[in-house]
Design a protein around this ligand. Sequence first.
Ligand SMILES: C[S@@+](CC[C@H](N)C(=O)[O-])C[C@H]1O[C@@H](n2cnc3c(N)ncnc32)[C@H](O)[C@@H]1O
Length: 212
Amino acid sequence: MPVVPNIPELMHRTLFRTVSLLAPSRQGEILGRYFDWWHRSPDPWRLSTDSYEREKYAATLADLPARPYRDIVEVGCAEGVFTQALAETFPEAEITGLDISGRALARARARVREERVRFVRANILTHRADRRFDLAFCAETLYYLGREERLRRASDRLGDLLAPGGVLVAVHPWPEAGRLHRYLDARAGLTRLSERVHRNPQRPFTVAVYRA
Ligand SMILES: C[S@@+](CC[C@H](N)C(=O)[O-])C[C@H]1O[C@@H](n2cnc3c(N)ncnc32)[C@H](O)[C@@H]1O
């Protein structure tokens, strides 16, 4: 079947690629403003109501190696919809949600009001965590980071979040996930445990699981 170019998606990727020509901290300021604007109304991606998103969350959790997880981080947590699912799935765990949008995080804090769940404003390109996690997620976020050097940098930061033996799960649209996850695949100290393509007819996606 011929590959039909998706024009809005192409424009979207070009816009974020252009922003990624700036220094990482400046890029982060612009992304922060952009995503604050994007969150001008609640739940702009309909993460809390869309059945596709629920299917994706279930598929993400289903691929986790079974073991107790105590310290979990979600990078690009937006308004905390998946964070809430994590809090329900892992009632004993400490959970951290990271996002670049203060407005999204304010809604996340209102959504998940548990002491063991905290939300931190951070740019994954520059963030240095003060702790290591045994489980990390990054879903539907890497395509905002633009050019290859930024994907490599973000992949390094994601790897740095993990404690020895920690698990990282990356979830992005297929087939673009091949490009977005390339630097996770190549990162020294990360081993890919599985990669599953979910062939949803409209929006196929990949769940890739790594271990430090
Ligand atoms: C589509 S949402 C992800 C939703 C969530 N991961 C899920 O699957 O439910 C993408 C999020 O990435 C955040 N983001 C974009 N660039 C970021 C960066 N450099 N550092 C941290 N968060 C970023 C945005 O603010 C936005 O909330």
